[in-house]
Ligand binder design. Structure first.
Ligand code: TYM
Length: 323
């Protein structure tokens, strides 16, 4: 007897949510650690699963920002997410700071400030206490009752805090069933890509050394020269040893992730070769990836053309809404 798929399905509906700060063009660490997983999860999701991906402008305001640059970066980030394959028809792709347009949010804020009407709300009163970083992130996740959060290694602690908060809430306010599912941290095998210049720290958008990261918009030549100049070590041959050979192991991790292979297998292929071979091969793969991204951009531009104009929630003067 053939059992209809719906009847035998036992996996509960998933709500997949993640976010990225619009603080510059995403780098390879962002891509291999998180964004590539967003696209994979979008492809493998069942029709009833919900996916939400947020450009988290408020999180960016925890560091000083140039308002005009931030405004541009928000739209650039949207274009990059479309280019890598996030489909706005399948996934809910949104700016975190657009939520403040909602009347409910404004009226709640007005109530909190004991203000008579929505128009009297002074947004400059929104402060760090209200938007404290990890709490804000927990709110991002919990407000959608997310069950799965695809992020890199550096965000794991935030997800653990989110689980704790959900658990405390559920136990404090006992209803017939717990309000919040405990969200699961979903990672990739390359959950922590290291800086090309200092392999003791993670590849980061905020590092002052632009040679330390590969941007998703870099040209093949730029990628090649960054990989060639990456800090490795003077030990002969190639081995995967993250503790004692972090730079070499980082290049192997990147190569394995770009070729969808197991890192120890990749290391075996290169064991009798020098760093030069590894760096040339990585550059070739990065060029292939870059060409793929350029093709994706053509499609995303079509989608961007079909999408209604994006009205940034920043004021026309380019001032961000919250300080
Ligand atoms: P953000 O913008 O710093 O980074 C975006 C994603 O990239 C991952 N990542 C890395 N993965 C591997 N190696 C690296 N070197 C590397 N650098 C960054 C991050 O883990 C992240 O997944 N707080 C978050 C944004 C956020 C969020 C959320 C995420 C806000 N609300 C709710 C999930 C759910 C952040 O600053 O990511």
């Amino acid at each position: 007897m053939i059992i209809p798929r719906r009847v035998c399905q036992i996996r509960p509906r998933r709500v997949i949510l993640s976010g990225i700060q619009p603080t510059g063009i995403p780098h390879l660490g962002n891509y291999l650690g998180a964004l590539s997983n967003w696209v994979k999860l979008q492809k493998s999701a069942e029709p009833e699963d919900k996916l939400l991906f947020s450009i988290v402008g408020w999180h960016a305001l925890t560091l000083p920002q140039d308002p005009a640059a931030l405004l541009t970066a928000r739209n650039d980030m949207l274009a990059v997410l479309l280019a890598i394959g996030i489909d706005p028809n399948r996934s809910i792709l949104f700016h975190q700071d657009h939520l403040r347009r909602m009347t409910t949010w404004k009226s709640r804020l007005a109530a909190a400030r004991n203000s008579a009407s929505e128009d009297e709300v002074d947004e400059s009163l929104l402060n760090a206490g209200l938007f404290m970083y990890p709490v804000l992130q927990a709110a991002d996740v919990l407000v959608y009752k997310a069950t799965h959060v695809p992020v890199g290694d550096d965000q794991q602690q935030h997800i653990e805090l989110t689980r704790d908060l959900a658990d405390i809430f559920n136990r404090t306010f006992k209803g017939t069933s717990p309000l919040f599912p405990l969200p699961n941290y979903v990672n990739t095998p390359s959950k922590r890509i290291l800086s090309l210049k200092d392999p003791t720290s993670k590849m980061s958008k905020s590092s002052p050394d632009v040679q330390s990261r590969i941007l998703l918009t870099d040209t093949a030549t730029q990628i090649q020269s960054k990989i060639r100049a990456a800090v490795t070590d003077s030990i002969q041959g190639i081995t995967y040893d993250p503790k004692d050979r972090p730079g070499t192991s980082n290049l192997l991790t990147i190569l394995a992730a770009c070729t969808d292979s197991d890192v120890t297998q990749v290391a075996k292929t290169y064991e009798s070769q020098g760093h030069g071979d590894l760096e040339t091969r990585s550059a070739y793969l990065d060029e292939t990836a870059r060409r793929g991204a350029a093709r994706a951009i053509e499609h995303s531009e079509e989608t961007m053309g079909l999408a209604p104009p994006i009205r940034g929630d920043m004021s026309d003067s380019g001032k961000p809404p919250v300080h």
